[in-house]
Write a protein that binds this ligand. Structure first.
Ligand code: CP
Length: 316
């Protein structure tokens, strides 16, 4: 695997192997000094053309814990503001010596395009509505590990609730969850569903009340306002009445059910309950797991012999 642009670049075996490697990374992350020399001498450029808190810091932390050099590019303080093109930006950074680009961009397909302009590996950290593959991996990892499974979501039902249409997270999650054997039900108003779900392998529900008491995972999504014309925005009051997680709805979740959200949360819109008061909430665990998953992805793309660099327990 040279690039990770989409969950579809991964076979189901690849997904299981990355999650298994993330278990090793989680053990490294639990050490007093959570650092190994696995990617010493490698340079990873974190190139974000769109805002991020979790993904950016998670990738940068993952790279640092593997002892890679991290080169940080922020579009808002770069020569992009002087008219420099995406291609010139990538070629310029490549000329400084980059082994992998971690790229977020508002345009679907930008990471794929970047592979044409560099010999380095490219990891998609979220492109438009298209894909957010490491979010899909960390979500599957969080679910499987909470249910004490290594490679399967068989028999589990996941409700993905909210703005599916504009969500790259939903697309990555649905692909991975269904391939691991989960049933996925999309809970959204028509305006927040894609025009067709042919080939998605999912069912739909019109209201969160219809499913909240029977699913194993409640996966809440933010309304992606930055990707929606103002004229097409539904009434938030109406939306919240049917689709927000309220304390009453949270109380109806099964005792073993998990609450997930990729973040950022819009409190008072999709999340009216305080998630810290929901016993099944694993929202912060998703963030923690994200570092282990991204270490596994970076190591899979750039690493050498896992037995030499990970299993000996040597700190950097
Ligand atoms: N989940 C996620 O992509 O969050 P950020 O936008 O903060 O990176």
């Amino acid at each position: 695997m040279k690039h990770l642009l989409s969950t579809r670049d991964l076979s189901t075996d690849d997904i299981v192997s990355i999650m298994a490697m993330a278990d090793h990374m989680a053990e490294i992350n639990s050490r007093a000094v959570p650092k190994v020399p696995a990617l010493r001498g490698r340079t990873i450029a974190s190139v974000f053309f769109e805002d991020s808190t979790r993904t950016r810091l998670s990738f940068e932390t993952a790279a640092t814990r593997l002892s890679a050099e991290v080169m940080t590019f922020t579009a808002s303080s770069s020569s992009v503001n002087k008219g420099e093109s995406l291609r010139d930006t990538i070629e310029t950074l490549s000329a400084m010596g980059v082994d992998a680009f971690v790229v977020r961009h508002k345009s679907s397909g930008a990471p794929q395009q970047i592979t044409q302009w560099t010999d380095a590996s490219v990891v998609n950290a979220g492109d438009g509505w298209h894909q957010h593959p490491t979010q899909g991996l960390l979500d599957a990892y969080t679910i499987t590990r909470n249910f004490n499974e290594l490679n399967s979501m068989n028999g589990r039902t996941v409700a993905i609730v909210g703005d599916i249409k504009h969500s790259r997270v939903a697309r990555s999650d649905i692909d991975i969850f269904t391939r691991l054997g989960a049933k996925v039900v999309l809970v959204a108003p028509a305006a927040f569903l894609p025009s067709t779900l042919d080939g998605w392998g999912v069912s739909t529900a019109d209201s969160l009340d219809d499913v909240i008491g029977v699913v194993d995972v409640v996966y809440m999504l933010r309304i992606q306002r930055e990707r929606i014309d103002a004229a097409q925005m539904p009434s938030l009051r109406e939306y919240s009445s049917l689709f927000a997680l309220t304390p009453e709805r949270a109380a109806r979740m099964q005792s073993h059910a998990l609450l997930l959200h990729p973040g950022p949360i819009n409190r008072g819109v999709e999340m009216i309950v305080d998630p810290s008061l929901v016993p099944g909430s694993r929202i912060l665990q998703q963030v923690t797991n994200g570092i282990s998953i991204r270490m596994a992805v970076l190591f899979s793309l750039l690493g050498g012999d896992a037995t030499a660099t990970l299993s000996n327990g040597a700190d950097a």
